[in-house]
Design a protein around this ligand. Structure first.
Ligand code: COA
Length: 258
């Protein structure tokens, strides 16, 4: 892999977008490598949490590669958008928990990748925007779909119609970012949160992720049904027995299902 690096620190995996000379801009190859790598990681039983970040201290990712897009026609644009969606859908739906470590600019497609992660932690220096309308296009990696669900339609429309930038505190106030920390503490904060999540029953966490995601896509009644079915599935696991017996015996549980 040339532009996306994987560091395995089981139970964590750190995935880094590496094109620092152009603020980690996302060209086709970056998306293809990211998709291939996320598919690999999803198959790894020992990995419970994926931390996605950008190389250097300037940018998480400054969006799709404008130098590549400038020469592209409608079909190529559509294909690029499909790739962005595929990467975002993987982050959103993979069985591992995904954390965006936003270390600088998260613009356009970069912002959209963070929106697809389960959790977002930001450095104080982080900046977020969907500036596509300043380039004559619209967000194509799920921004028009996911942002409104996270912060409401009115706020999402203002950000997308203006292309305005938001700093980390503004993003936190909107509920977009879980925590803001000094830049040099960002990866440690992500690892600490990742370790805490990884210490819980892994299969139960993935079932909870699936149930919460379903609540965004299906109506309340079917969502409630899904929750009950997934809870029943959790009752069938060794971890349920272990977690409850450990509680009653006043000892630490040793979880194994994933
Ligand atoms: N695509 C291609 N190249 C990009 C890029 C992008 N999205 N973002 C930055 N770069 C390149 C610049 O062209 C520049 O290349 P050069 O050194 O060969 O001239 C290099 O990265 C550094 O960028 P620069 O603008 O000089 O850095 P900066 O720190 O002053 O500003 C940004 C950083 C991210 C604010 C600014 O580069 C920017 O606004 N980028 C475009 C963001 C955008 O519109 N993304 C949405 C795409 S749909």
């Amino acid at each position: 892999m040339e532009f996306v690096k994987l560091q395995l620190e089981a139970p964590l995996a750190v995935v880094t977008i590496c094109r620092p000379e152009c603020r980690n801009a996302l060209n086709r190859q970056v998306y293809e490598e990211l998709i291939a790598l996320l598919c690999q990681v999803e198959a790894m039983d020992q990995i419970r949490v994926v931390i996605l970040t950008g190389a250097g201290d300037q940018a998480f990712a400054a969006g799709a590669d404008i130098a590549q897009m400038v020469a592209q026609d409608a079909l190529a644009g559509r294909q690029l958008s499909a790739l962005c969606h595929r990467a975002a859908d993987l982050l959103e739906n993979m069985r591992q928990v995904t954390i965006a470590a936003v270390n600088g600019y998260a613009l356009g497609g970069g912002f959209e990748l963070t929106l697809a992660c389960d959790l977002r932690l930001a450095a104080e220096e982080a900046r977020f925007a969907l500036p596509e309308v300043t380039l004559g296009i619209i967000p194509g990696g799920g921004g028009t779909q996911r942002l409104a669900r996270l912060i409401g339609v009115g706020r999402a429309k203002e950000l997308i119609f203006t292309g305005d930038r938001m700093d980390a505190r503004q993003a936190e106030n909107l509920g977009l970012v879980n925590h803001v920390v000094p830049g040099q503490e960002l990866m440690a904060a992500c690892r600490a949160l990742g370790q805490k999540i990884a210490s819980r029953a892994g299969y139960a966490v993935s079932l909870a992720k699936s149930a919460i995601n379903a609540s965004l896509d299906i109506d309340r009644k079917n969502g409630a049904e899904r929750e009950q079915d997934l809870l029943a599935l959790a009752f069938s696991t060794r971890d349920k027995q272990e977690g409850m017996e450990a509680f009653l015996a006043r000892r630490r549980p040793v979880f194994q299902d994933f």
